[in-house]
Design a protein around this ligand. Structure first.
Ligand SMILES: [Ca+2]
Length: 479
């Protein structure tokens, strides 16, 4: 259960008063509203009287095994590996689900996939509703400057779900997640304005969008070094340019193959590796900028991915080539572990113990209450997430009773539940529940449902009750 609960009305009321209080609090640390957990009390307002900055770096379609500190041998990720060496590396952290939009919806709203507004990738995009409270709204109410850079995907222009309507002071990037496949876009959005990227007009490949995002991120950190900020750096790397992939067979669109140019690998594999190493370089620059600006130890940085590695059909890269899912089964669009379990690293010098590994089980919907706890502000009522701040600080942590995912892809309705070491997967509404013992079978190779009928019955009950019906993603019973 979340540590504090507010209804939307109460939250908005507090948000209004909190903005005023936050302004006053800049000179009088400690007077912001919101309950304090014993951990939050230890860490907030401890650095020149300022709340900690929060940076959340999200990769797009990154496999559990794609990063050096998660076992990758061929793709170089020295900066992310160093980030892990200076922070905590989680081995059992999960995305919202196995595709982009619904996964990110969980991240933003603190709701799991059985309760989110957005349950799948469909076109046109379904926007967040006015009553969906995002982590940006929560942090803004605590006096944070809030910014998203990169891919949004939770509401198109003029919808109720634009970034600026969902708590972000500033937005730069792709509002449409399908258009985000193109790394040389002719237009991007700055807040509610569509801007032209002159260098990419008429099919030219002048400016790689990721490089713009990196520049904007460093600029944002520099501009806001003196006030608490939340930066959601929603990168598009290493997602394939699917449309280019369909046309040419190589959708791993990147300006150069970097250190892999001379490797004897298929071009899409060189591209995929170069995209990840380019992203790693960006993570290194963000961490360096925090040091340069003197806010390194007052900034918590998260790094993770939104779902497992993409399939060869998307950009020509075969995820088996680099063993992108590591020891896990499946990729993007699978509710087996390879589709949803992600690298998750958090670094916060002086607060998070360097070089630690945690097997805490948590998921995207825990980010909102965790961020609220860090900022010492109340989380909204009725969310599914739990604050993971104790786990981050290496302290005793409350566990989830279970984690629930669902997926609406290719005409199928699949579900998964994680309960302790048990993992249940049902591939469609009319299919039997598969059961795996992750402790002894991390690769989900041996379905033990027949040996554990009681656990299967419990999982079936969770699959029934852990969700609400969604009119946009109705469940069609099959005869
Ligand atoms: Ca994705």
């Amino acid at each position: 259960m979340q540590k504090s609960a507010l209804t939307r009305r109460e939250f908005l009321y507090q948000s209004g008063s909190a903005v005023l209080a936050a302004a006053a609090a800049l000179s009088i640390p400690g007077c912001l509203p919101g309950s304090r957990s014993k951990h939050a009390a230890d860490i907030t307002l401890n650095y020149l009287g300022r709340k900690p900055n929060i940076i959340f770096i999200l990769a797009d379609d990154l496999g559990y095994g794609d990063i050096g500190c998660y076992g990758q041998k061929m793709i170089k990720t020295p900066n992310i590996d160093r980030m892990a060496a200076e922070g905590v590396r989680f081995t059992q952290a999960y995305a919202g689900t196995a595709v982009c939009a619904p996964s990110r919806c969980c991240l933003m709203t603190g709701m799991d996939n059985g309760h989110t507004t957005i349950r799948g990738n469909i076109s046109p995009a379904v926007p967040l509703k006015p009553e969906d409270i995002t982590v940006a709204e929560v942090l803004k109410s605590a006096g944070y400057k809030t910014r998203i850079i990169g891919k949004w995907g939770l509401g198109l222009e003029n919808s109720p779900g634009t970034p600026n309507k969902k708590g972000f002071d500033e937005f730069f990037g792709y509002i449409n997640q399908t258009l985000a496949h193109n790394y040389y876009p002719e237009t991007l959005w700055r807040n509610n304005e569509k801007i032209v990227i002159e260098e990419n007009l008429s099919g030219k490949k002048g400016t790689y969008s990721h490089d713009l995002f990196e520049k904007e991120a460093l600029d944002f950190i520099s501009r806001h070094k003196s006030e608490p900020f939340f930066l959601y750096l929603s990168l598009t790397l290493p997602h394939a340019n699917n449309e280019l992939g369909t046309k040419t067979g190589n959708g791993m669109e990147v300006p150069d193959y970097g250190p892999y140019a001379k490797e004897n690998w298929p071009d899409p594999a060189k591209g995929y590796a170069a995209m990840i190493t380019r992203m790693d370089d960006c993570v290194g620059k963000v961490l360096a900028e925090l040091k340069t600006r003197g806010i390194d130890d007052n900034t918590i940085v998260f790094f993770t991915g939104d779902n497992g590695a993409g399939g060869a059909d998307a950009g020509g890269y075969d995820p088996k080539f680099f063993n992108s899912s590591g020891p896990l089964r499946g990729i993007k669009r699978d509710l087996y572990e390879g589709g949803i379990r992600e690298p998750m690293i958090a670094r916060w010098p002086g607060h998070i113990k360097a070089g630690t590994t945690s097997d805490q089980i948590w998921a995207f919907w825990d980010f909102l209450p965790t961020a609220a706890d860090i900022a010492d502000v109340k989380a909204p009522a009725g969310i599914d997430g739990i604050s993971m701040l104790p786990a981050l600080l290496g302290k005793p942590q409350q566990d989830h009773e279970y984690l629930y995912w669902e997926l609406h892809e290719k005409g199928k309705f699949s579900q998964a539940v994680r309960m302790g070491d048990w993992k249940a997967v049902r591939l469609d509404i009319d299919k039997p529940i598969e059961l795996y013992d992750l402790k002894n079978d991390l690769g989900e190779t041996k379905n033990v449902a027949d040996q554990h009928p009681k656990i299967v019955a419990e999982m079936a009950e969770i699959m029934k009750t852990a969700r609400t019906e969604s009119p946009l993603w109705p469940i069609k019973e099959k005869s």
